[in-house]
Design a protein around this ligand. Structure first.
Ligand code: 4NP
Length: 160
């Protein structure tokens, strides 16, 4: 048994297309964990398959780049059954993603499935706004939300 490895948190960020919210959440979390000096296994996926294999939406890439974070190497993939065993925590961006993921959870899954903003004090039950069809400034709001989620994750992990 490698106890240290077992303690590395494994977190999957989930949205619909895996090209806007969850890649931004993954980028924000990677930056926050790195800044805190904490190892974490992070990934993202979508409940849908329309954008599989594609990089994040250019507007999402631009939003991350404004914060000095490069998410251009990410590629969209669809949530898979194995994800419920590979991760400790699956964080859904909105209540529809949460419902879909919960409908797929195998009985012996190891991952807990929660709403991203449930981790942020005062934001319980809220969804991360889907910026896909909106104006570009929706991405700044998405960034603010996923950054708050990333900070809450790091704080929770630091507590040990
Ligand atoms: P995401 O945004 O779920 O945050 O990646 C969306 C991406 C694509 C679509 C909707 C939302 N779509 O309808 O194709």
């Amino acid at each position: 048994m490698d106890d240290d490895r077992d303690k590395i948190p494994a977190i999957l960020f989930l949205c619909l297309g895996n090209i806007c919210r969850s890649p931004l959440a993954e980028g924000a979390a990677r930056a926050a964990f790195t800044a805190a000096g904490i190892d974490a296994r992070l990934d993202s996926a979508g409940t849908g398959d329309w954008h599989v294999g594609r990089p994040p939406d250019p507007r999402a890439q631009a939003e991350a780049r404004r914060r000095g974070i490069d998410i251009s190497n990410l590629r969209a993939r669809q949530l898979a059954r194995e994800d419920f065993y590979r991760f400790d925590l699956i964080l859904a961006a909105d209540t529809a993603n949460l419902r879909e993921a919960r409908a797929l959870v195998p009985a012996d899954a190891t991952a807990r499935v929660r709403l991203m903003l449930d981790l942020v004090p005062g934001r319980q039950g809220e969804s991360v706004t889907d910026p896909y069809y909106g104006a570009d400034d929706g991405f700044a709001e998405t960034w603010a939300d996923v950054s708050a989620v990333a900070a809450a994750l790091v704080a929770e992990t630091s507590k040990g």
